[in-house]
Design a protein around this ligand. Structure first.
Ligand SMILES: *Cc1c(COP(=O)(O)O)cnc(C)c1O
Length: 391
């Protein structure tokens, strides 16, 4: 049996007719950048996410960069970022000659450890950038409290988490000052190239985001501020317009797949259940936890994780990965090296051992296939092979 990490073809087959018609319509219109498809998409997101402004941009990375430019991050300013994330989260801070100030992660959720934030705040700190890693919300209530106390901005990196909700029901990305999303094809809502979105409820920030998306000119060719080319293509927006109505059903399918993995790992005696953080005799496979706060009783809120990735942790991760590859099961390591150990961030002066929970995650995490169209027999095959390796 073959189990790819991600297979986008079944999703295209499901929507082929609508998508093909859309692509032809855009070819015939010869309207390629911003314009009616992008405006339609932006309106759809203000409704879907319940926010005041949604602005299509050229990628998730550009969404983050534009957001930092909109809050006027200057050289030397400090932005607090978890050390364990996709490179862009810290890369954009450095690109503005600002300083990514790193924190460790919570070992249960893989998200920023809010206990680690306050000690990092200085008089140069301008913003906190929580990342909703793998599709699960960071602890936003705590982050908002800290930001208010120190008068900091919050830029949410929701690239992996579009449609995930925080435990109070608010969609991630709409809680801080600006939320940033990616439509990279491997995200839960992917376009046919690069694309992204920024959202905000703040009138002034929305104005700045809109102007800086097109080089900062307003009116055109008259520049009070410096922006960039962060424009979204019509084709990408049109693809998102076709796909958005299906997003919740795809997230549901991912959650069902995750629940099946969890059940099979527990049934086979490889795990004690979700949210364990240490290996011992009974816990050979550490499972992700889908509930941020165990006290939350509301059924709807229990399911806020959208599983852009389903991440287990195992002791002999690299050996397991090779074994699965030999059995035609694709996996990936997100992410093998935290920012503080990346060569390019050596100038920040961190050292190995500074963020033990992130280093543990980097050494043991393995992403298993989780995409919506996986079959029960594929998932069972993956767990069977992991059991075979472990016993
Ligand atoms: C994918 C991703 C980005 C960047 O998005 P692109 O659209 O690929 O530029 C940023 N942050 C995180 C956490 C991501 O997963």
């Amino acid at each position: 049996m073959q189990v790819p990490l991600l297979d986008l073809k079944p999703q295209y087959q499901q929507l082929k007719k609508e998508i093909d018609e859309t692509l032809i319509r855009i070819a015939e219109s010869q309207y390629f950048i911003l314009g009616p498809e992008v405006e339609k998409m932006e309106k759809a997101f203000t409704e879907f996410l319940g926010c005041k402004y949604a602005i299509g941009v050229s990628s998730g990375t550009d969404a983050l960069l534009l957001a930092l430019m909109a809050i006027d991050i200057q050289p030397g300013d400090e932005v607090i970022v978890p050390t364990y994330s996709f490179f862009a989260s810290a890369g954009v801070v450095s690109r503005l000659n600002a300083v990514p100030v790193l924190t460790d992660i919570d070992p249960v959720t893989f998200n920023i450890d809010t206990k680690d934030i306050e000690s990092k705040i200085t008089n140069k700190t301008k913003a906190i950038m929580p990342v909703h890693l793998y599709g699960q919300s960071a602890d936003m209530e705590r982050i908002v409290d800290i930001a208010q106390k120190y008068n900091l901005r919050i830029i949410e990196d929701a690239a992996q988490a579009i449609s995930a909700v925080y435990s109070d029901g608010r969609p991630v990305g709409t809680i801080g000052d600006i939320g940033c999303y990616s439509f990279f094809p491997s995200k839960n809502l992917g376009c046919f190239g690069d694309g992204g979105l920024v959202v905000t409820n703040d009138d002034n920030l929305a104005e700045l985001l809109l102007i800086k998306r097109v080089h900062g000119g307003k009116p055109k060719y008259f520049h009070k501020v410096i922006g960039g080319n962060f424009r979204l293509d019509a084709i990408q927006a049109a693809i998102i317009n076709v796909k958005l109505p299906y997003l919740n059903s795809w997230s549901e399918a991912r959650r069902n797949n995750a629940a099946l993995y969890n059940k099979l790992f527990v049934d086979k005696g490889l795990s004690q259940g979700e949210g364990e953080i240490a290996f011992d005799g009974e816990n050979k496979v550490l499972l992700p936890r889908a509930v941020y706060k165990p006290a939350i009783q509301n059924e709807k809120m229990k399911n806020h994780h959208i599983y852009n990735q389903y991440i287990i942790r195992v002791e002999k991760r690299d050996e397991l990965r090779d074994f699965l590859a030999k059995n035609n099961i694709a996996t990936e390591i997100y992410y093998p090296i935290p920012f503080h150990q990346q060569e390019c961030f050596g100038y920040l002066g961190y050292k190995t051992g500074d963020f033990p929970k992130s280093e543990f995650a980097a050494a043991h995490s393995l992403a298993l296939p989780i995409y919506p169209e996986l079959t029960e027999s594929q998932i069972t095959y993956v767990v069977d092979k992991i059991e075979q390796f472990m016993t």
